[in-house]
Design a protein around this ligand. Sequence first.
Ligand SMILES: [Zn+2]
Length: 1024
Amino acid sequence: MGTENPGRPSFPARPPPMTPFASSGPVIGSGGSAFRPTPPPPGQNPLPSPSIGPQMGSGTPAFRPSPPARFNDPSVSAPPTAYAPPATGPYQRFQTPQFPPPAQVAPGHGPPLQAPGGSPPSSYRPQTQVSSLPMGTPPQSVNFVQPAGSVPRPNFQLPFAHADSSYPGPRANMQPPLPGYVTNQPNPMTQAPTMASSFLSQPGGFSPAPPTSSPPFPAQPGSLYPPSSAAPMGAYSRDQMQYPGSAPPLAGIQGLAEEFSSLSLSSLPGSIEPGLDLKALPRPLDGDVEPKSFAEMYPLNCSPRFLRLTTSAIPNSQSLASRWHLPLGAVVCPLAEATDGDEVPIVNFAGGIVRCRRCRTYVNPYVTFTDAGRKWRCNICSLLNDVPGEYFAHLDATGRRIDLDQRPELSKGSVEFVAPTEYMVRPPMPPLYFFLIDVSMNAGRSGMIEVVAQTIRSCLDELPGYPRTQIGFITYDSTIHFYNMKSSLTQPQMMVVSDLDDMFLPLPDDLLVNLSESKSVVETFLDSLPSMFQDNVNLESAFGPALKAAFMVMSQLGGKLLIFQNTMPSLGVGRLKLRGDDLRVYGTDKEHALRIAEDPFYKQMAADFTKYQIAVDVFAFSDKYIDIASLGTLAKYTGGQVYYYPGFQSAIHGQKLKHELSRDLTRETAWEAVMRVRCGKGIRFTTYHGNFMLRSTDLLALPATDCDKAYAMQLSLEETLLTTQTVYFQVALLYTASCGERRIRIHTAAAPTVADLGEMYRQADTGAIVSLFSRLAIEKTLTTKLEDARNSVLLRIVKALREYRNLYAVQHRLGSRMIYPETLKFLPLYGLALCRSTPLRGGYADAQLDDRCAAGFTMMALSVKKMLKLLYPNLVRLDEYISKPSSQANEFEDVVKRLPLMAESLDSRGLYIYDDGFRFVLWFGRMLDPELSKSLLGPDFAAELSRVILGEYDNEKSRKLMKILEKFRERDPSYYQLCHLVRQGEQPREGFFLLANLVEDQIGGTTGYVDWLLQIHRQVQQNT
Ligand SMILES: [Zn+2]
């Protein structure tokens, strides 16, 4: 595989200067727009290389031996491919495949455009060979044929074997059989709880466990913080920590309640089976609650919306870490949206950014100043650094810098530095949006082209980076259509290339143009695009060749490539075939192969895209199998995102596409980024999970990233025993802002090391654990059966709770009670929800393959909050609020109350909304007041709801409902929640949209909450 060969570019070097344009004519990249930077000099890494200058990542901590210097040394052998790592433990560690940077070529190795890896891989043919078409001519009418015997051109062949050339016949309809639930009509009116209430809320009679650890957060005067500020942020005593705001510590029962929670399992009347009181089970009805103790302990830490640890008590030994059976690590969302008044301050150092000489840590609130202000000590590696002259300030009597209040980088956990030129290897790139639009028959018929064209047009003025923003388009069906958008034209010129096997660009420039200069041409193009292809009857999709063409256009600058794909790629390189409809594969060791890219072309292209700073977002639309597993690979390894609109119809899904595409185009984007998370001596991040490609062992390459992307990572202890009492983490994201400034966003946090497993549990963060857990489980489905992935979730929860039980069960004689830490009381339920989530649930019939894969790609990038909401969605009753005469404005907040996700929560007389962050389901009870139905549904109130699209009617109730939906959407803007209407008893829609998603219920072959807990409890008790 080309990607695993460091030092060798993945496409062959160009031939010596024999190309028609090497000695005369326009040289690609030399002319063109003023915003197109000069190509990098020969052999120079087009990426900001961490090995050059004081860039982020250039420092390898001296105390941490780095792996062999493969980064710059082409002679070093390839890193092992990370695709099939050895299985260890319940989860394998899935490292994202690494790819090497382009080769560093020895100086003097030829002119710029011939150096492998240094030259943009464009190819060009003289314009005279290409027919220019006026807009609107059907593209089928012109074929560009490569002249025989033409002069040798740069060879741009990717080194893979072509897949089977036979084009799959008509595809089987992938319409699913009904999902695998059994109709289980709830009757909330009569259904009584089936379990006797036996929950004891007060585990009375036990005395609190004596503290078994040394105080985990000792005060460290003079080392942690400037002494004068130690008081407010101070080191807390263990008791203050455990019982915030209530020192001295509570004793007795309450104290124990702080230690752990428990559920009693008692026999139900008439049964020998142990039971649980359904009503008393813990449920996360308040959604994600960010852990407070972390911020209280260390007020200088960055906000948890940027960084959350799975436990903020770091084990001080490998033996202790091995008893923590849950994931140990962090979830990082470096660009999380600011809450009002909490924007990250921007700092511009006049004399260069202050960093540790040894480990390259950025100056932060936890460094300490000594020697009358002339030295500072690095909090990560303890090295004493000189304070640069221009950064010097005197210390006051308490040792605090007198300018501390004017220095955000010394007083805030999050800060953004403006990076000077040594953090660049080329001028900061302009924001660039390139669109690759499938215009085959269904794309026009479904209305996709129209919605896409209109949305892009409406966003033109809001694209970030004016006036530098660049834009370009390619459309394709069985041929590739290029558009000359030169600003001097009155309308764009279309050029059609039909030679799919040997892709080239028909024009060297003007396929990519400056938006502000060519805006009217771009607008004309977008206005006419839908009509150009509305009668297109071409069913083919030359996706792979189109992708290569887009790569050639974009590779000089990088940027964002947005792909709109309507059918399965059928022509040229990267064509795919129908798979996934073979029932027999499920349950065998071949099953997982359906969930990964079939053709190495996709991973290879992703590697090439990342290398040239191109991020790919995939928008897929089809009512048939389209192979999201393969297409999504492009997004996964380039920092992109997958959007999936199965069976797209603009009348139904248009609004959703419009919103999500608009957000994608207009949200603040970080370009050509790399991210590294540093941490203190003795610990190390070892695995990373999300959408990116790993460059070197710990540098994440992110051609683009934004507020909607989170990344998870696992920690390991490198040393048997940690001697420090505090460990520090520092996230550094080096990127180009849309305004053209190079920036470094820094988030710093501290956490104590502990010698006590109980303390690790007390400081556990379920949200972070579940987020990391979900990513690990989804990755596991790429190498094993679904069942194995689900079992591994169960197994880890069991191991963790068993270890916990062993801490307390004997001394407290807990007998058969189920015990768990208060901090992890929702973990079993989230674990169940994860096993029933789209990527993991059931088997062949329970989710379509494309749905599974799309959900998997999406979940890999979710923030903690969104992940938890997807796993345990909101269920809220609305009819009472809507029917009440309108009074106070804020009334709504009091009325909205989340309900347990079970059929028992639904009353036939009610109207409910189910909101998982990606869609709404509005459930109309069978006995809902008909007047209310009429008000909300208008003339459609009696119709079958599958055909009804919710709209606003001229009455108070309808307006109120629409207002509620609007409010919900505003709170959760990353995706647009399309509203599906379902009437009670309307099958199969009710089952599909709602009942199958009520995760607490046992439906069909699935496990319900009670059974799940009993299963966990039984397994926990084994071997205790
Ligand atoms: Zn250091």
